[in-house]
Each structure stands twice: as structure tokens, then as C-alpha cells.
Ligand binder design. Structure first.
Ligand code: UDP
Length: 235
């Protein structure tokens, strides 16, 4: 397989794992996504995974709570999702390591860059749990940060639509899909693909972002071969 991008970070929003239930974890969905990850590994990709927690909790969900507490709760949500994904991958026989940015050594290794790179080079999937470990950040930013740290060549941003549109394609049938965007266009037009911190981190480190529909998993491999099936955000 002729891969243009070999080492990638797959960013899944928490909502993906909730499936139709809209909240919590749908076992079947987790297994389906894990099968996609298995296929990625089989095709020779080196895969890091970052999962959000919108299916449980986001820091900004509470108006009253201290923001830092609410954010730590969000990070705990990512740990639950990561455990579910690690379990599904193990069930499918896919080697994986879950590393947490917040120390909880009973259930995950502490995040360590060198170890993460060595696992990934040896064909293990690495699941990066607990976000960056710091409040006021997002898991999109975590994906950008870990991608920069482990020299990932691409961030695969799984969405429920097949790319970035100029308006909501669910509401507007004439919405136009972008094949390619620059980081500056995303920022200036406030396209809301990722938060600003995440986009600027990708821009500063020249990490391209491919936005694609997770319901068309074959597009992951196509994207990694350099075919533009969703929307590619780069310089
Ligand atoms: N979070 C955080 N620091 C991080 C990553 C995440 O505080 O480095 C918290 C934050 O409260 C966030 C929540 O975890 O709202 C879940 O992450 P996110 O909103 O990115 O999840 P997604 O929208 O991708 O499901």
C-alpha cells in the first residue's frame, strides 16, 4: 500500500461513541470503530487515538461549577471512552497501549512521549487518554499536541459529515463542500472545524488535518494514500 501519511492521529469526538443513544457508550459503535482502527493497522498505518468526552460531559456544560473542576470531569470522561476503546481493540486482537495524561497507574500508563513513539513504531495503537491533563484545553488541542510530539504526519478528524461545508449540510441542501482549506481560512472564516488553539498548533507545526465521515471508513485509507475525499486543511 502506497501511503502518503503513515503516522496519524485519529481524533474521535465523544459523541461518536454514543451512537444513536446520544449519551454514554454504545458497545456496538465502539466495536465498529475499533474494527476501522484494526484495518488501519493492517494497512500499515501507525495509529494514535484521541477521544473526546462530549458523550458524558464537557467542561463548559456547567454554568455554576468551577471551570477547572468541570474540565477535570471532562478529562475523566475521556478516560472512560479510552478504556472502552482499549477493551474493544483487545477483543479484536489489536495490540494497544492506553496512556493517560493524568496519573492513574492502576488502569493506564502515564503518558510518556518516548514510550508512545516506541509503541507506535512497533505497531501498537496508542490511546491518549485524559486530554492534555490541563483544564481549559480540548481534546482537539490534545490531538494537535500529541501529533506534534510524536511527529504524526496527519490528524484524521472524524465527523458525522464528509468534510467542511460553507453552511450546515443537514439544514441547507445547497451547502458547498470545501475540498481544501488553509489554516488561515478556517480561522478567519470561523469555520468551527476545531477550536482556535488546536488549529493554531497545527498551523505552527505544519500538521495537516483531514476531515472525513467516520461512517465511510474506507475514506481513511484513501486519505492516507493522498486522495482528497473529505476536506484537507493545510498551509
Ligand atoms: N478537557 C480539558 N483539557 C484537555 C482536554 C479536555 O479540560 O486537555 C475537558 C474539557 O472540559 C472538555 C472535555 O474534557 O470539554 C471533553 O473534551 P472535548 O470537549 O474536546 O470532547 P469532544 O467534544 O471531542 O467529545
Amino acid at each position: 500500500m502506497d501511503l502518503k501519511f503513515k503516522r496519524v492521529i485519529l481524533k474521535l469526538s465523544g459523541e461518536v461513541l454514543a451512537g444513536k443513544k446520544g449519551f454514554g457508550i454504545d458497545d456496538e459503535v465502539v466495536l465498529t470503530v475499533a474494527k476501522t482502527i484494526r484495518e488501519m493497522v493492517q494497512e500499515g498505518l501507525q495509529v494514535g487515538v484521541v477521544i473526546g468526552a462530549g458523550n458524558f460531559w464537557r467542561g463548559r456544560s456547567s454554568k455554576r461549577m468551577e471551570r477547572t473542576t468541570a474540565d477535570y470531569m471532562g478529562m475523566m470522561g475521556t478516560v472512560m471512552n479510552s478504556l472502552a476503546m482499549a477493551d474493544a481493540l483487545k477483543f479484536l486482537g489489536v495490540k494497544n497501549h492506553m496512556m493517560s495524561s493524568i496519573s492513574m497507574t492502576q488502569l493506564a500508563e502515564n503518558y510518556n512521549r518516548e514510550k508512545a513513539v516506541s509503541y507506535i513504531e512497533n505497531g501498537s495503537v496508542v490511546i491518549f487518554a485524559a486530554g492534555t491533563g490541563s483544564p481549559f484545553f480540548s481534546t482537539d488541542t490534545t490531538a494537535a499536541l500529541r501529533a506534534a510530539e510524536i511527529d504524526a504526519e496527519l490528524i484524521l478528524l472524524a465527523k458525522r459529515v464528509d468534510g467542511v461545508y460553507d453552511s450546515d449540510p443537514m439544514l441547507n441542501p445547497d451547502a458547498k463542500k470545501y475540498d481544501r482549506l488553509t489554516y488561515s481560512q478556517v480561522l478567519n472564516q470561523r469555520l468551527g472545524v476545531m477550536d482556535f488553539t488546536a488549529i493554531t498548533l497545527c498551523m505552527d507545526n505544519s500538521i495537516p488535518i483531514a476531515v472525513f465521515d467516520l461512517n465511510q471508513p474506507e475514506n481513511i485509507i484513501k486519505t492516507c494514500m493522498g486522495l482528497n475525499v473529505g476536506t484537507l486543511i493545510e498551509e
